[in-house]
Write a protein that binds this ligand. Structure first.
Ligand SMILES: Cc1cc2nc3c(=O)[nH]c(=O)nc-3n(C[C@H](O)[C@H](O)[C@H](O)COP(=O)(O)OP(=O)(O)OC[C@H]3O[C@@H](n4cnc5c(N)ncnc54)[C@H](O)[C@@H]3O)c2cc1C
Length: 332
């Protein structure tokens, strides 16, 4: 048996062997550039080399216009100025989502990024509202929610500070996802991320462990690394095609397997919110940006048939679900 000092020395060696020095991100869509930007901002000074490989010939999904308030936390962690972000990505403010016709035709429900009314003493606001409603003295519930009233009136002001005593709320953005990717690409590259253009034709596996050691580009160039992040989109080039991690199909809970997207010009001033309208066998989105309205239809071909497809080439086909594991590799 070895001494404690020997064991500590061995542990240090193992830790040193496993130290991540080179990160390779496969894919330059929103996922790839968000990963690159976050790693460069948080760990860029720690001697980490970050390389992102993308292929213009393959391109990106290009949709993904509607976000939720967590995007603001992400941007804040990167130190991104929101006014600059909005200008660069043709963004609009999103105060929530209006759901139309979901329960029955004519129904409308607004999901706001904020609370309804203010808690009064130990009781929630809805108790007071309900009592007032029974007495015929209350307006509709949404009238007591700042983001809903603001969205209905097509207006916005930044949320008040916690000390102001005014009702707090949050917001998100609707933006051109391709422009957001380009914005973050500039951000990441300015902080040392290296971008490599080229189609990956092979994944190089480590002979002993079988784990990924590198990727080979069409040009023959090899990009090697210690940690790989698969941002190749639906293809799952590393996590699925190479490592066969498995895909958990959620079709039985979320029967949506097709989608198409088609933008249109802005007709009327659109409110600062996303609209989701129930349709036969699926639902339709409407997302106002500064320069266009994003529209699309998500549905299940078992229920809607292909009547919903505008042109067969415009449809994205994929069952709902998720990769079985987000991490596949050595655990040490
Ligand atoms: C119809 C539809 C509507 C959506 N709406 C929203 C929405 O409103 N809000 C939202 O948050 N999300 C939305 N999403 C989801 C969102 O668009 C996607 O999750 C996101 O855009 C995917 O980005 P990604 O970077 O993972 O993949 P992609 O955009 O597909 O990028 C993949 C990258 O991998 C690269 N790549 C792939 N194979 C190779 C190869 N062999 N060699 C080199 N490079 C390769 C490509 O070049 C590309 O750069 C929507 C998705 C769809 C389909």
């Amino acid at each position: 048996m070895g001494s404690n000092a020997e064991a500590n020395g061995n542990n240090r060696m193992t830790a040193e062997q496993h130290r991540v020095r080179r990160v390779v991100i496969v894919g330059g869509g929103t996922a790839g550039w968000m990963t690159a930007a976050a790693l460069a901002q948080q760990l860029g000074g720690a001697g980490l080399s970050i390389t992102l490989v993308e292929s213009a010939a393959i391109g990106t999904v290009g949709v993904g216009e509607a976000t939720i308030p967590h995007i603001r936390d992400f941007n804040r962690a990167l130190g991104i100025n929101e006014a600059e972000l909005m200008a660069r990505t043709s963004a609009t403010i999103k105060l929530g989502i209006e759901f139309r016709d979901w329960g029955r035709i004519g129904d409308a429900y607004f999901h706001p990024f904020g609370a309804y009314g203010e808690q009064i003493g130990p009781a929630g606001f809805h108790h007071y509202w309900f009592k007032a409603k029974l007495a015929g003295e209350a307006r509709d519930f949404g009238s007591y929610c700042y983001p809903i009233v603001s969205a209905r009136n097509g207006r916005f002001r930044p949320p008040p500070s916690a000390r102001s005593g005014l009702l707090a709320f949050n917001y998100a953005f609707q933006f051109d996802a391709s422009l957001y990717g380009a914005f973050l690409a500039d951000f990441a590259q300015a902080r040392g991320v290296e971008r490599k253009e080229g189609k990956i034709t092979d994944v190089i596996a480590d002979g002993a462990s079988g784990f990924i050691a590198g990727v080979r580009l069409e040009s023959g160039e090899e990009v090697t690394g210690d940690l790989f992040v698969d941002c190749s989109g639906f293809r799952g080039l590393l996590i699925e095609q190479q490592l066969k991690t498995g895909f958990e199909d959620w079709s039985r809970w979320l029967p949506c397997n097709r989608a198409w997207a088609v933008p249109c010009a802005i007709q009327d001033p659109a409110g600062p919110y996303t609209r989701a309208t129930a349709r036969t066998g699926g639902w339709q989105w409407r997302i106002p940006l500064q320069h266009r309205i994003g529209n699309g239809h998500v549905y299940c071909d078992s229920y809607a048939g292909d009547r919903c497809i505008m042109s067969p080439t415009s449809a994205t086909t994929r069952p709902s679900g998720a990769t079985c594991a987000k991490w596949n590799g050595p655990t040490a």
